[in-house]
Design a protein around this ligand. Structure first.
Ligand SMILES: [Zn+2]
Length: 119
């Protein structure tokens, strides 16, 4: 097994390749490059599935739901204010958390199941 030289937390937070730490992991909002653009690590073998989405749905739903209730009872804004505010908060937060989650799963798979990633 190749020992990764990049710290795990930095790899996850920067959404970079788990092996070299230079290549960007994503080639879109949430789609992963098939190979690392910097070191050519084969990323097609990674499988993040739905494991990253479920905790984010639960956590973000609880936080945003709680904030919406608190805002409603505290400030009593009109309905259109809720319709404008919560998607503006929720969509970018969900995308950011999904990117971190996918990055974490790929980094952990690289660290612990690297033989299945063709290494
Ligand atoms: Zn790389």
């Amino acid at each position: 097994m190749t020992e990764p030289s990049v710290p795990l937390v930095r790899t996850i937070l920067s959404c970079r390749c788990p092996r070299c730490g230079r290549g960007n992991l994503f080639n879109g909002v949430l789609s992963v490059h098939p190979r690392c653009p910097a070191c050519d690590l084969d990323l097609r073998q990674t499988d993040t599935g739905d494991a990253g989405a479920v905790p984010i749905i639960i956590l973000l739903g609880a936080i945003v739901g709680g904030m919406a209730l608190w805002t409603e009872f505290r400030f009593e804004p009109s309905w259109w204010m809720h319709a404008l505010l919560w998607p503006t908060v929720t969509v970018p937060a969900a995308i950011w958390l999904m990117r971190l989650s996918k990055s974490a799963m790929i980094a952990m798979q690289y660290r612990h199941r690297s033989t299945e990633m063709g290494l």
